[in-house]
Design a protein around this ligand. Structure first.
Ligand SMILES: Cc1ncc(COP(=O)(O)O)c(C=O)c1O
Length: 376
């Protein structure tokens, strides 16, 4: 990681491509979300799928207001446990034999919950929990008309009753995460769609309770809808992810205050790239392509460190990108530094082993992206 070599030096001296994280900006983002969620009477359950970094997870917990953490994968949960973090909800169904076995291992040393959306899988989890002499907490995953995972609103109660009837499972509530609504550009449309979905999920939550089922948790929401779903009284915790570092996809959606730009949270994460070829008249080639920067054409990385408009990054292959500049006089020099926002933070972070921690443009630390590659 070369921390000794770079500590105390300018971020512009780091070799590229590399990720940098501004410690003050992420601290502001964490505090803002904590304050909002706490004022709304809810808890945070930050999703580590965004950053894959147990050090950031520790910062999120230390910022306060958390009921625990979320992980997308059992292997992410195992990584968190190895780092001493032990309150984890796995937000996707755990189905394969290998993953169920790994889940039981995790549940032996941590407070683990997982979601269910199918009777056979519920049976399999109950059996495995029994064999491991465990009682496994589960949430019924409710499908917000997205179809990725989850049972239909009308079928949730039946699955909840079934899970509650099994000896080795403990039903704890519901999850409803509307990933399909998070990036709706127009805030009012996003608001209408999300409230509609979450009100239906809240009805499921009330049904569970009126049927005498144990239902303490109603978890869901993301960075795009947290300040919308906070209006749902039944919702107990917010499994937000991207807010901590932000990315171009989120920044280009409309926010509650600014319809042009979702600027409530600031971009804390950057990709540092260097100009490696200047032989073309209207663009320069940089050393960051698809292997350093996950690219979504509808929200390309934004050039952050150059003055004025007219800068544009375009994907140019596995190892390369091209950067267009506004006028010939602004052509970057060979070896010049280009700082970019990520198109989408999650898959970009997952490309790196570590990120440099920056304060006032100076390197102060290097954090391992220890859950990187945990895709099982
Ligand atoms: C199940 C689940 N919960 C929470 C999140 C976090 O969402 P966001 O990054 O929009 O805050 C995600 C992101 O994809 C997710 O899949």
């Amino acid at each position: 990681m070369d921390l000794e070599k770079y500590s105390g030096r300018s971020k512009h001296e780091l070799d590229t491509p590399c990720l940098t994280l501004d410690i003050d900006i992420i601290a502001d983002n964490l505090a803002l979300m904590r304050d909002f969620v706490t004022a709304a009477g809810k808890k945070l359950r930050p999703h580590v799928k965004t950053h894959k970094c147990s050090e950031i997870a520790k910062q999120q917990l230390a910022a306060g207001g958390c009921a625990g953490l979320c992980a997308a994968k059992v292997s992410e949960a195992a990584g968190l446990i190895a780092a001493g973090l032990t309150d984890i909800l796995i937000t996707s169904p755990v189905v394969t034999i290998q993953k169920i076995a790994a889940l039981m291992e995790c549940a032996k040393s941590a407070r683990i919950m997982t979601v269910i959306d199918n009777r056979d899988n519920t049976d399999a989890l109950n059996l495995a929990a029994g064999e491991s002499c465990l009682k496994l907490k589960v949430l019924v995953d409710v499908n917000p008309a997205m179809g990725r995972t989850g049972v239909a609103f009308e079928e949730a109660l039946e699955l909840g009753k079934y899970a509650a009837s099994l000896p080795n499972l403990e039903l704890a509530g519901i999850q409803c995460y509307a990933g399909n609504l998070q990036h709706i550009g127009n805030f009012k449309q996003r608001q209408q769609s999300s409230l509609l979905m979450m009100q239906r999920a809240a009805e499921v939550f009330r049904q569970f309770r009126s049927s005498g089922l144990n239902c303490e948790i109603f978890t869901g929401t993301g960075t795009g809808t947290f300040n919308i779903d906070s209006e749902i009284p039944e919702m107990t915790d917010f499994q937000v992810g991207s807010y901590c570092v932000m990315d171009a996809e989120y920044l280009q959606t409309g926010g509650s205050a600014n319809p042009e730009r979702f600027d409530l949270f600031k971009p804390a994460l950057s990709l540092q790239a260097s100009v490696i070829s200047v032989n073309q008249p209207d663009f320069v080639t940089v050393d960051a392509g698809l292997k350093a920067l996950y690219y979504t054409p509808h929200a390309p990385p934004v050039v952050l460190n150059q003055p004025g408009s007219g800068w544009r990054y375009e994907w140019f292959g596995d190892e390369h990108g091209r950067v267009y500049f506004p006028v010939p006089s602004m052509k970057p020099r060979l070896g010049g530094r280009i700082e970019l926002s990520a198109s989408h933070c999650d898959p970009t972070i997952n490309l790196f082993d570590s990120m440099w921690i920056i304060k006032d443009d100076i390197v102060i630390d290097c954090w391992k992206i220890d859950l990187r590659g945990c895709c099982c």
